[in-house]
Design a protein around this ligand. Sequence first.
Ligand code: UD1
Length: 419
Amino acid sequence: MDTIYIRGGRRLEGEIPIHGAKNSALPLLAATLLARGVSEIHNCPHLSDVEASMSILRLLGCRVERQENTVTVDASVVCCDSIPDELMREMRSSIVFLGAVVARCGQANLTYPGGCELGPRPIDLHLAALRRLGVTVEEEYGHIRCRVERCLQGADITLAFPSVGATENVLLAACTAQGVTVLHNAAREPEIDDLCLFLNACGAKIRRLADGALHIVGVPRLHGAICRVMPDRIEAATYLAAAAVTGGAVTLRDCNRLHLAAILPVFEESGCHIEAASDAICIQAPTRLRRLGTIRTMPYPGFPTDAGAPLVAAACVAQGTSVFVEGIFENRYKYVDELARLGASVCVDGRVAVVEGVSALQAAPVTCTDLRGGAALVVAALAAHGETAITGLQHLDRGYDGLTDCLRKVGALVRRENG
Ligand code: UD1
C-alpha cells in the first residue's frame, strides 16, 4: 500500500504542465472501437482508468499500444461484445463502452456498474436513450444485455438531465445509426465537444445546434483518425487550489482558460491575482485567502462538481465562511471527515457544506475516500503544519498523472513510498 507524505507550509512557485483530461480520454478510447482501422490518441494521460479502458479494448479484440503519451488503437477486428464484471467494477465510467459496443457489434453484454463513492450512479438515462435508438435492453441480476434487431435507427431524444455519460453513449450509438438523431438537453461539457471532434474526424456527421442540442446524421461506417486529448480542467483547478493555499505563484501550462471560466473568478474573489493567456494561467495568491463565497456545482458551463472538493480544501484555510452546494451528486462529501482530522471545520447537511476557515491545519494520517476527495486531502496537506501521510492512493491514481512530480516541481516537499 503506497503512501504519499507531504510536509506542508511550503510556498509553491514555478510551472506545472497540465495533462490530457481523463474525462475526455476515456470516451475517446471507447470511440476508437467504432473506427474500422487505426486511431491515434495523443496527449493521453497515464492513469489507471486509461489503463482499464485499454484493457477493455484489448479484450474486445483491438490491438492497443502506448508509446509515451500516444495510445494507438487498431480496431480493424472486434471479436467480442462482452465486458466482464471485474473491468466494469474497476472503472465505473466503463459504461461509456455500451454505446460503442452496441454500434460496432449489434449487441453488448455488460454488468451493471452499480453505485460508487459519490452515491448511487443510475444509468436509466443511458438505457432509455439507447432504447429510443432501437436497442432492446434486458436487465437481469446485474447484467445488461443489449441487442439491435435490424439496425440502429436515428431518433429525437430528450434527456431529462444533461448527463455527460448518457450524451456520450448516444453520440457513440447514433453516429452509425440509420437516419438523423437529435439529442435535446445534451451535456455541454467541453469533453463532449472533444469527442464530437474526434468522431467527425473519423467520418461522423455531428454538429451542435444553437440551442445546445446535438444533431447527428448517421453514416454507414467510421474510419480511424488522429486526435489530441484536451487539457484536464479539473487537474488545473486542483493545482490552482494547491497554489492558493500556500500563498504561491504558479503558472499552469497547456491549459484552456475558457474551460475554467466558472472557476477562475472564485480564486479572484478570494484575493488571488490571475493572469490568463490562451494556453497558460498564472495565479498569485495572497498570504491568506479570503472566504470563497457560495459555490453551487452544476452542469457546464456552471461550476464543475469535480472541482468542488479541492476548493473546499482551500476554503478550510481561508478567512471567513464559505458555502458549497452540490448540484450533481447525492453524496460528495465523504472526504470531509478526513479533512476534519487535519483540523478543518466543515459542517455538512445533505448537499450543503459550510466551511469555517481556520488559521492553520495540522498534519495527520488521512485516507482518500474517492478521486476528488483525495485531491482535497493533498491540497489541505500542502497547507498543514507538519507531515501528512495520505493513503488510499488508488483513487488519486485514477485521475492525477505524475501528481508527486508535478508538486515537487513547484517546490512542495512531497514523496511517495511503497509499503
Ligand atoms: C461525468 C464525469 C464525472 C463528473 C460528472 C458530472 C466522466 C468519466 N465522468 O460522470 O467526473 O463528475 O460527469 O460532471 O466523464 N444520472 C442519472 N441517470 C443516468 C445518468 C446520470 O440519474 O442515467 C445522474 C447521476 O446519478 C448524477 C448526475 O445524473 O447525479 C450526473 O451524472 P452524469 O452527468 O451522467 O455523470 P457521469 O457521466 O457519470
